[in-house]
Design a binder for this molecule. Structure first.
Ligand code: HEC
Ligand code: HEC
Ligand code: HEC
Length: 135
């Protein structure tokens, strides 16, 4: 006859040892990236602001870029009036976004690698030089 208690105790010990590394590592999972903002263009800004507010940019830049593309390509509208500060920006991925965020690798890519997204934009659009040189 099997001794059910012994089996259960054995099983519990096995599970504890087996999952220990996973449980132990739980608190120290890979930290979320901190996208770097120290580019020459951003250093020059007196007001360290993006084209719209931080939360919007963080959560909605993908849709925002599509919106920009449609404005430029479908409506031939090439300037954008910011709702944040009333400034006018040229609608351009390369010449506007990537002028300030010239550190693509430490900015865009740091988040995208973490989130496992690979925007295909750079098949056609040109990456900033800084990103290429440091690759
Ligand atoms: C005039 C310079 C400038 C331009 C142009 C610019 N940014 Fe920014 N961006 C900043 C600064 C400064 C911050 C940090 C302050 C903030 O988040 O408001 C920032 C923040 C962000 C963030 C949030 C980062 C975080 O920590 O979560 C994203 C995403 C972003 N920008 C994407 C873009 C995209 C996409 C474009 C083009 C549509 C763009 N930026 C254009 C200067 C710029
Ligand atoms: C704060 C982190 C963060 C920063 C900084 C950031 N992104 Fe993103 N980006 C994300 C996340 C997360 C997603 C995926 C969102 C989703 O799938 O809904 C994403 C998705 C995208 C997409 C859509 C890709 C797809 O396949 O759907 C584009 C385009 C994009 N980002 C462009 C940029 C550009 C250009 C920059 C730099 C100027 C940038 N992002 C900076 C976090 C970031
Ligand atoms: C197959 C090639 C191709 C791919 C891939 C591509 N684009 Fe474009 N994109 C273009 C062309 C061509 C234009 C028109 C250029 C113009 O009229 O100034 C354009 C224009 C744009 C514009 C407005 C004008 C400008 O110069 O920035 C934005 C914003 C834009 N694309 C964003 C994106 C984003 C974001 C992605 C990735 C999710 C992407 N594009 C992927 C070819 C491409």
């Amino acid at each position: 006859m099997y001794d059910l208690n012994k089996i259960l105790v054995g099983l519990a010990i096995f599970l504890l040892f087996f999952t220990f590394p996973i449980l132990y590592g739980m608190g120290s999972a890979v930290p979320a990236p901190k996208p770097k903002l120290d580019t020459p263009e951003i250093q020059k800004l007196t007001d360290k602001k993006c084209v719209e507010d931080t939360h919007f940019m963080r959560t909605s830049h993908m849709q925002f870029l599509n919106y920009w593309r449609d404005k430029a390509v479908r409506e031939d509208q090439r300037t954008y009036d910011s709702k944040l500060n009333g400034k006018k920006y040229d609608i351009s991925l390369q010449n506007t976004c990537m002028k300030c965020h010239s550190n693509k690798k430490d900015f865009c890519d740091s988040c995208h690698t973490y989130a496992s997204v690979k925007p295909y934009c750079w098949d056609c659009h040109i990456e900033p030089k800084a990103a290429k040189e440091s690759m």
